[in-house]
Design a protein around this ligand. Structure first.
Ligand code: ADP
Ligand code: MG
Length: 243
């Protein structure tokens, strides 16, 4: 597959067209942003971790019946994916209170929910990614009711599978953000990335944050946290393969 031209440069990745219109190459950068781009920095090696982790997780999800955009990893930072029209929703699954949920509703971080909680926001930087309910999504024609139902179902399945996987690594999956897209035939698939940029991952024993909150909150040890959480995941997967 030949890379053609830069289609889009986002905050964390560059997206390139290829000689086949059905496929794109995603290239992961070390650039980090937070609070809708107000805070900027770099996390050395982040692109490599996020590329690898996202691909490992998506390959698993695919095996468990969740369709994803993943085709194959090309190198340390680049992956071939199926091109989709992104549904402009940030699909957030929460198992415990943290971040914007804690601030918005005045709930202490770490308060565990009785059941996973789904939340949607409009993926629109100019508007500041405002919160949306199901009716807003349909009214704004961001997704049809059947698409929204599929997205909800996939998001909860992803949560169940990833919660179990991370538990096996001694990591608590607090919350995460997903993006979905439509293939040319309208099929909904999981797209974008699943990484410490898009998940809250806490050490199950100590509660230590092992994700982008270390950058957001200036906690230090950002690079170390990304590589440690990656090592835990590869350790678990190698252990399974060795069985
Ligand atoms: P942003 O700053 O918009 O979050 P990123 O740096 O994450 O951007 O770059 C990735 C961009 O590519 C995002 O806009 C994301 O929605 C989009 N994207 C992710 N996967 C796909 C895909 N399979 N097809 C088309 N676009 C995608
Ligand atoms: Mg993004």
């Amino acid at each position: 597959m030949e890379v053609r031209e830069l289609l889009y440069e986002g905050k964390a990745k560059r997206v390139y067209t290829t000689d086949d219109p059905q496929y794109l190459v995603v290239a992961y950068k070390d650039d980090a942003t937070a609070f809708n781009g107000q805070k900027k920095g770099t996390i050395s090696g982040k692109g490599i971790v996020n590329n690898r982790m996202s691909n490992l997780l998506m390959a698993r999800l695919e095996r468990e019946g969740v369709p994803t955009h993943l085709v194959r990893e090309l190198n340390d930072r680049e992956t071939l994916v199926r091109r989709v029209a992104i549904v402009p929703l940030e699909v957030i699954v929460r198992n415990a209170a943290a971040g914007s949920f804690s601030r918005r509703y005045g709930v202490e971080e770490g308060v565990v929910f009785a059941a996973p909680t789904l939340e949607f926001s409009y993926k629109n930087d100019e508007l500041g990614d405002p919160l949306l309910n199901d009716d807003h999504i349909v009214a704004l024609k961001l997704a049809a009711p059947e698409e929204l139902a599929a997205i909800r179902r996939y998001a909860l399945t992803v949560n169940r599978l990833l919660q179990e996987l991370w538990k096996g690594c001694g990591v608590t999956l607090v919350d995460f953000k997903l993006e979905f897209g439509r293939l040319a035939d309208g099929t909904i698939v999981l797209a974008d990335e699943i990484s410490p940029d898009t998940c809250r991952l806490w050490d199950a024993k100590t509660g230590e944050k092992l994700d982008k909150d270390r950058f957001r909150q200036d906690l230090g040890g950002v690079e170390e946290a990304y590589s440690r959480v990656m090592e835990r995941l590869t350790g678990l997967i190698q252990g399974e393969e060795g069985m």
